[in-house]
Every structure is written in structure tokens, then in C-alpha cells.
Ligand binder design. Structure first.
Ligand code: B3K
Ligand code: ZN
Length: 884
């Protein structure tokens, strides 16, 4: 397999000005005719051959300026079609290919999902439809004519505006679509099938009337109301916050059950997997509702950040993804609760991105090389990328960030650009320089920031000494210092923020209150290996609240004492840091108990920790969802990550011990939180009701861990009386923590109730797959042959197999049964869908973190995979890099 490097980027030899596509969709074969107006590229030499990408295509004919090319004038292999001497100047190219969507299980290119045709072209799927310069810097205007049987495929959709439609002979019909905006091939989309739609409309700020349609099989239409609400909210928000208006008169969303990713932002024709559109209170949880809001927003926001301004090459993916994730995070924050959303996003970063950044697949948010681009749609590019965008906002403030965005669009609308272009727009709009900031785009690894503080009462100064360390990662043994914005507040002994007047570093004194208003949080610009910041006029010894709001994606290692942390947990005005103080305490506590467990000491829970959580639980002035998050312990993965050798059994035992001990000691408070947070009101998607349910469900899970008759009774009661999926599923999850008949009965009851709703059945798979009950691999193995399971449906694979790999005790079972299970499944999956298989094989990537026995067992599976015949490049890249 060939590795592709960022440093090798060259502009395309030819430009495509206009592309007219015609699809004759059929049951056995589909004929694609592509007519392209080609012109020489800016750097293209006249004599350069025209090289087109192509994959799994049967070439029927190729014409240049109307004349069919002879055999010696072009070559075709399994990846390319080369025209050796194309004419000088502008010419017409016409290519006819035959493809077989009904056999395409990779869900890339044109394929069928439950009888309907649909496409997925990002990143490099367009080449499975026709021969093309399939790269994002080739932007063209498209038309698309679709011909198909009218009864089987009554709905025919593509990008842009419908300009003509009509009947054809033989029971067929056609539709002609025209997209007035230039776009790269990855944004092309086509859908044909039997679909109904929910229609609504939105009037934009300039008065444009936009028709909004969500397409899905007719029986699911009632479940599209929340997605429509989300779409309209997103359109409104983007106008208000960024002044960005929708640019066409039609916006379509199509729902398909079989989809590799969450959704796709094709111009005016977004395609979504069902889970991220369909919701009803009875079948979807609060988490599902929130995900729909975020992803509908995300794909809509791409219309500007991704589509109008796109990426020059795939290495720049974070230019559109980091930025669009940041935008969807902000959107969800503005519509819900900012602190709670921030906690959720930071947790996601820690649980998924930190391990990636510390493992063999570590890469900067802009990777330097790849074998398969699909492998780089990662939490690093997306979530760490969003953190990097957030740092600009932290530095420049909301209005400075907006200025930067405005300049970015002013300069680059209609272009395919790079991360430097974004950086330049941000800096230029704010007349600023951010030295060492671009390192975030090229250095992998999570930086550690160490902070030590000291107070000098005689001079009334408070000093923070900061040092940073970026760990070595594959291919990058030595790192440069990065620009790290550190938001800081100083808390006085009564728990109030001190006004900050001035801070000094490197002999430069900076006055912090400019317009006479006091400043309570300041952002330190930390950009060297080591730097000291001295606050002046500090009347008493403060407790510093560091990295407020999580102002940079780093690991913070501070010298705060246990009592400082308890103090911040109780008092910090920055709610994020209040939660964080609790997490730091919990992490320390868990690590020390893990050490005790490994030395076979009796485990004892620090009573101060119990008291701290009790007072959070009893504090009625706090947001209920915040309370739920604050009493939730860090995940097992997070703790394993902090150990020299990860010990899943010890971490699991300790986390369960703390959970049960807390449940025991806080039983009355927890029970009260469950009963007082019941509600007979109809389900609503708003923060207050979701917060109420979150608190109730978190407390119920604690209680059920006791496995005593009265709490089992309580959980059963909640299960039976629930009127929405959020509470029903939480009660089921609570009950199924403990092996036994109650668990089996509840799981069976739930399946019987929901067997006809495949999205709910996926949840049922996931719940069992992620279970910690001993020996669960046998159960998961059995579920593989459950009639409702289907290896070709990514959603089900992610639920059952992905879910299982996320369970530390069972996936990492010391007998190797979990590894063996995954090894076999990966090879099976790879034959069907390499993208999905490669996501699954990633679960092996951190095998070196475990003890020798586990290492040997996991390594054996990886070696078995790498040596398998006919392995996809996708799986090869992950497996071989994991072994390297
Ligand atoms: N841009 C798509 C990702 C498609 C990935 C294909 N391998 C989803 C998104 O981020 O919006
Ligand atoms: Zn995206």
C-alpha cells in the first residue's frame, strides 16, 4: 500500500469547469455518463497526461471532443484512467461507465440501502461512480440527470435545484438537477427510492424562502419532527451568531439505515443514518435528541464551513471538521446549558482523543501522511481540532473571533484552502500574532502543563510558574513549545473571585482592567517551555482556578492540594472547574485505591470525598444535570490511561467499590433524588426536564449497584412506569448491572416490546455488549447470530462489536477470549465493509499499555490480521501501525 504525504501536494494538472452527469439506474447495472469541460490547470504543463481516479468501474467508452479514443490513446488499471496526450486548451471529455450498486457493501460510492439508491462520496468515493480527478481542489458546477423506474424509485434527488422532470418510455421517469455552486466531487449526492417527506420552510434574514424536506420511509415520518426543529434552529443560529445565510431555495435531508458515518453534508442534500434523525419520546433518549440537534446543526453548518469554503487537500480535513464541530458545540451550548455541554465535550476528548494521542496512531490535527484517508476521520481531527478553533475564540473573544470568520469568508468563498489560510484570517482580522500556535496543526501528542504557585505576603504578589512538555509520538521524537492559552482566576478565602489588576511576565507588566471594569478571569499567553506569571496587588493567599473552561486541550498537573481541590469543588465561580476539581480528586482517589487493590490491601473510601459529593447532591442551587455530572466518576479508561501498566481488573474493581460505597453511604439522598425527580408531564426536549431525568437516572444507577431487594424493586418500578425511552432505558441499564434472573427477564421484556424498532434494538445490543458481567464474550458471540443482528449494517456493528470493545473487563479478559473474538470479526467484516472493519480493529491499537500476557494475546491477533489474504488498505494501515 502506498503512503501519501502532505509535503508532496501539487496543484491539479487540469481544471474541471463543468460536469454533466447522467445516471441510468437499474437492478442489474447502472450506467453513468459523465461529460466534463476540461481546461489546463494553473500549474499544469500542456503535455501532462490527464490522470483520472477510478475504482471498481467498468469503462464502456471514452471520448475527447466527441471522438472515441482508441486503445493506444489511454490506459486503465485498477486505480486510474490515463489519457496520454489530451488536446491543448479547453476540451470536452465524455466517459461512460457501468457500476453495480446493488453489490456494493462498502457503503461508499453509489449503493443500495433497503431498496433505495444513495451515495457517499467523501473522502474518495466519487471514483467508485465514474473516472474523475477525485480531489477536493477540483471544484466544478454540476448537473445531474437521473433516470429510473417510476414505481420502484418515485423520488429522484440530487444537489441544487430541480430544473426538469418527466416520464420516459418503459415505466421510467427522469429528474434533472442543477447545482449553481461550484463544488468538489466529495459533495456530490444522489438518492432514488420510495420515500415520504416532512416539509417545512424557513425565511432567511434577507427574505429568501427556503423549502425544507426530510425524506424517510413513510412510516417513520412522525419521528422527524425533532430533526426539523433542529434544522430550523441551526439556520436561525448561524444567521444570528455568524451572519451566515442559506444560499439556495431547497434543503433536503435523507435518512438511510445503512451508513458508515453519522451523516454527510452534500450540498443541499444531506444524508443521515437513521439514528441521527429519527426520534420520538417513546423510542429515543435525551442523549439521542441531543445528538440529533448537534449533528443536524453540524451538517447544516458545513454549508459554509466545508462547502462554500472547502479543503485544498484531505490533510486539511480539520479546517472544515474542527471548525464545524466547534460551531455545533457552540450551537448546542447556546440552546442548552453551556457548562454541561462543555463537560460532555471535554469528557469525550479525554476518553477517546487522549488515548489516541498517546498511542501508535497519534497524529496531529493535520496529519502528515496517510494510506487511507478514511482512517483519519478521527477524534483528533474532529474534537482536538475543535479545541484548537476554540483557542482562537478564547484569545480574541467572541467579537474578535467573529471578525476572523468574516475575513475568512471574504477572502476564501468559493475556494479550496488550507489551515494556514484560516490562521491568517484570524490573526489579520485581530492585528495579532500567535507565536508557536501553528504547532497545534503539526505536532501530535497531548501537552502536559505543570503549574506551581507561590504567594509572597510582603510584596502581595502571587506567582504561577508554568512549564510545558509535549510527549514524543511516532515519527516525532522531539517537540517544540506550543502557544497555550491558560485562563486563570484567583479565589479568595471566602470563595469569591479576586479582581485581577495586573500580571507580569518576562519583565512586561500588563494592566488587566482596561475600561475600569474589574477582571476576574484572565488568559495567560503561555508560549515557551517555561514561563513565570506574577500577579500584583494580591491581598491574601488565593487558591488559583487554572485552565478555566478548559481553555486548552492539555493535561494539567498542578500543585493544588487536596483541600484546595475540595475548596474549588465547593466554591469556584467557574462551573467547569468546579466539576474538574471533583474529577481531579476522584482520579487521585481511584489511582491510590488501585494501588491498594494491587497490594491486596483493604479498600477504604476517603470520607471527605463522600462528604464532598453529598454536599453537591444536596445543593439545590446547582443545575441538576451539573450535579449528575459532578457525582459521576471518571471512566475506567481514563484511569487506566494514567497507569504505567493498565490493569483493567483492578480499575474495574475499584470503580465498582467506590460506586457501591457511595451508594451505601448516600443511599437516602440518592433515593430522594430518584423519587423527587419523577414527573408525570409529557416528554419535552428542554434543558430543565433533561437535567431532571439525568439526575434521577444517575442516582438510580448508583442505587442499583447495591443489588439489594429494595433498590431492585425501585429500579423495576421505574422501568415499568417509564413513559419515555430516557427513563425506561436507564432503568433497564440499572437493572442489568447485576447478573441474575431479574436482569434476564428485563432484557427479554424490553426486546419483546421493541423488536420491531431497529433503532431501539440497536440500543439493546449495545447495552448487553458493554456489560461488565463476567464472561460476557459468550453472550456477545451468541448475539452475533441473533436474527436482528446484521453484519452489513454499521449501526448494529458499532452497537454490538464496538460496544463490546469498549468494555474493559470483557474485551481485555485475561484469557484472550475478547481479543480472539475481535480478531475473527474484523476479518469477516473486512470482506464486507473495510471502513467499518478498520474502525473496529482500532480497539487493538493500545495493546502495549497492558501486561505481558495481554500484550502477547493482542499482538497475536494483530499479526494474524496483518498477514491475512486480501486485507483492505484500511485495516492494514491501522493494524500495521499498531504493531510498528
Ligand atoms: N463529512 C462527513 C464525514 C464523511 C467521512 C467519510 N469517510 C461527516 C461530517 O463530519 O460531517
Ligand atoms: Zn463534519
Amino acid at each position: 500500500p502506498k503512503e501519501i504525504f502532505l509535503k508532496d501536494y501539487r496543484k491539479p494538472d487540469y481544471l474541471f469547469d463543468k460536469v454533466d452527469l447522467q445516471f441510468q439506474l437499474g437492478e442489474e447495472k447502472t450506467i453513468v455518463t459523465s461529460k466534463i469541460v476540461v481546461s489546463p490547470g494553473a500549474e499544469g504543463s500542456i503535455s501532462a497526461p490527464l490522470v483520472l481516479h477510478g475504482c471498481d468501474l467498468k469503462l464502456l467508452s471514452i471520448k475527447v471532443n466527441g471522438t472515441e479514443l482508441k486503445g493506444e490513446e489511454y490506459t486503465v488499471d485498477s486505480r486510474h484512467l490515463k489519457v496520454s496526450t489530451p488536446p491543448a486548451g479547453v476540451f470536452n471529455l465524455e466517459i461512460v461507465t457501468e457500476i453495480y450498486p446493488q453489490l456494493n457493501t462498502s457503503l461508499e460510492g453509489l449503493y443500495k440501502s433497503t431498496g433505495n439508491f444513495c451515495t457517499q462520496c467523501e473522502a474518495e468515493g466519487f471514483r467508485k461512480i465514474t473516472y474523475f480527478q477525485d480531489r477536493p481542489d477540483v471544484m466544478a458546477k454540476y448537473t445531474c440527470r437521473i433516470e429510473a423506474d417510476k414505481t420502484l424509485y418515485p423520488v429522484l434527488l440530487s444537489n441544487g435545484n430541480l430544473i426538469e422532470q418527466g416520464d420516459l418510455e418503459g415505466g421510467k421517469h427522469f429528474a434533472l438537477w442543477e447545482d449553481p455552486f461550484k463544488k468538489p466531487s466529495y459533495l456530490f449526492a444522489l438518492v432514488a427510492g420510495q420515500l415520504g417527506c416532512r416539509e417545512d420552510s424557513f425565511v432567511t434574514c434577507s427574505g429568501r424562502n427556503v423549502t425544507l424536506r426530510i425524506w424517510t420511509p413513510a412510516q417513520d415520518l412522525p419521528k422527524t419532527a425533532h430533526a426539523m426543529y433542529s434544522l430550523k434552529a441551526a439556520m436561525q443560529w448561524d444567521e444570528e451568531v455568524f451572519g451566515l445565510e442559506y444560499d439556495l431555495n431547497l434543503f433536503n435531508i435523507v435518512v438511510v439505515p445503512d451508513f458508515n458515518m453519522g451523516a454527510m453534508e452534500n450540498k443541499s442534500l444531506n444524508i443521515f443514518q437513521s439514528r441521527l434523525v429519527l426520534a420520538s419520546p417513546e423510542t429515543a433518549t435525551d442523549g439521542d435528541y441531543a445528538a440529533i440537534l448537534g449533528v443536524v446543526g453540524h451538517e447544516y453548518f458545513h454549508n459554509w464551513t466545508g462547502n462554500r469554503v472547502t479543503c485544498r487537500d484531505w490533510f486539511q480535513l480539520t479546517l472544515k471538521e474542527g471548525l464545524t464541530v466547534f460551531r455545533d458545540q457552540e450551537f448546542s451550548s447556546d440552546l442548552g446549558c453551556r457548562t454541561v455541554k462543555r463537560i460532555a465535550d471535554v469528557s469525550k476528548l479525554r476518553i477517546y482523543q487522549f488515548p489516541q494521542d498517546a498511542g501508535p496512531m497519534a497524529h496531529p490535527i493535520r496529519p502528515h501522511s496517510y494510506i487511507k484517508m478514511d482512517n483519519f476521520y478521527t477524534v483528533t481531527v474532529y474534537e482536538k481540532g475543535a479545541e484548537v478553533v476554540r483557542m482562537y475564540k478564547t484569545m480574541f473573544g467572541a467579537s474578535g473571533f467573529r471578525k476572523g470568520m468574516d475575513l475568512y469568508f471574504q477572502r476564501h468563498d468559493g475556494q479550496a484552502v488550507t489551515c494556514e489560510d484560516f490562521y491568517a484570517a484570524m490573526c489579520d482580522a485581530n492585528n495579532a500574532q500567535l507565536p508557536n500556535f501553528l504547532q497545534w496543526y503539526s505536532q501530535a501528542g497531548t501537552p502536559t502543563v505543570k503549574v506551581s504557585s507561590s504567594y509572597d505576603p510582603s510584596s502581595q504578589t502571587f506567582s504561577l510558574k508554568l512549564s510545558q512538555e509535549v510527549p514524543p509520538t511516532p515519527g516525532q521524537p522531539v517537540k517544540e513549545p506550543m502557544f497555550i492559552p491558560v485562563a486563570v482566576g484567583l479565589v479568595d478565602s471566602t470563595g469569591k473571585d479576586m479582581p485581577l489588576t495586573s500580571v507580569c511576565s518576562d519583565g512586561t507588566l500588563q494592566t488587566l482592567s482596561s475600561d475600569g471594569k474589574p477582571v476576574f478571569t484572565t488568559v495567560l499567553q503561555f508560549k515557551k517551555k517555561e514561563e513565570e506569571f506574577i500577579f500584583k496587588n494580591v491581598p491574601e493567599k488565593p487558591v488559583p482556578s487554572l485552565l478555566r473552561g478548559y481553555s486548552a486541550p492539555v493535561r494539567l498537573d498542578s500543585d493544588l492540594s487536596e483541600s484546595d481541590l475540595f475548596f474549588l469543588l465547593a466554591n469556584d465561580s467557574d462551573e467547569f472547574n468546579r466539576w474538574e476539581a471533583g474529577q481531579v480528586l476522584a482520579r487521585k482517589l481511584m489511582l491510590s485505591l488501585v494501588a491498594d487493590f494491587q497490594q491486596q490491601k483493604t479498600l477504604i473510601l476517603n470520607p471527605k470525598f463522600v462528604d464532598g459529593l453529598r454536599s453537591i447532591l444536596r445543593n439545590t442551587s446547582l443545575d441538576k444535570e451539573f450535579i449528575a455530572k459532578a457525582i459521576t466518576l471518571p471512566g475506567q479508561g481514563e484511569i487506566m490511561d494514567m497507569m504505567p501498566v493498565a490493569d483493567p481488573d483492578a480499575v474495574h474493581a475499584v470503580r465498582n467499590f467506590i460506586k457501591e460505597e457511595l451508594a451505601l453511604q448516600l443511599k437516602d439522598d440518592l433515593r430522594a433524588a430518584v423519587t423527587s425527580n419523577r414527573s408525570s408531564e409529557a416528554y419535552t426536549f428542554n434543558h430543565d426536564s433533561m437535567a431532571r431525568r439525568a439526575l434521577k437516572n444517575t442516582c438510580l444507577a448508583y442505587l442499583a449497584s447495591l443489588n439489594e431487594p429494595d433498590v431492585t424493586e425501585l429500579a423495576l418500578h421505574e422501568y415499568k412506569t417509564a413513559t419515555n425511552m430516557t427513563e425506561q432505558f436507564a432503568a433497564l441499564a440499572a437493572l442489568s448491572q447485576n447478573p441474575g434472573q431479574v436482569r434476564e427477564d428485563a432484557l427479554l421484556d424490553f426486546y419483546n416490546k421493541w423488536q420491531n424498532d431497529y433503532l431501539v434494538v440497536s440500543k439493546w445490543f449495545a447495552l448487553q455488549a458493554t456489560s461488565d458481567i463476567p464472561g460476557n464474550v459468550v453472550n456477545v458471540q451468541k448475539l452475533l447470530s441473533h436474527p436482528a443482528f446484521d453484519m452489513r449494517n454499521p449501526n448494529k456493528v458499532y452497537s454490538l462489536i464496538g460496544g463490546f470493545c469498549g468494555s474493559p473487563v470483557n474485551f481485555h479478559a485475561k484469557d484472550g477470549s475478547g481479543y480472539k473474538f475481535l480478531g475473527e470479526v474484523v476479518l469477516q467484516l473486512d470482506k464486507i465493509n473495510p471502513q467499518v472493519a478498520s474502525r473496529m480493529v482500532s480497539a487493538f491499537s493500545r495493546w502495549r499499555r497492558y501486561d505481558e500476557t495481554r500484550q502477547a494475546l493482542a499482538k497475536a491477533q494483530l499479526e494474524m490480521i496483518v498477514s491475512a489474504n486480501g486485507l483492505s488498505e484500511n485495516v492494514y494501515e491501522i493494524a500495521s501501525k499498531s504493531l510498528a
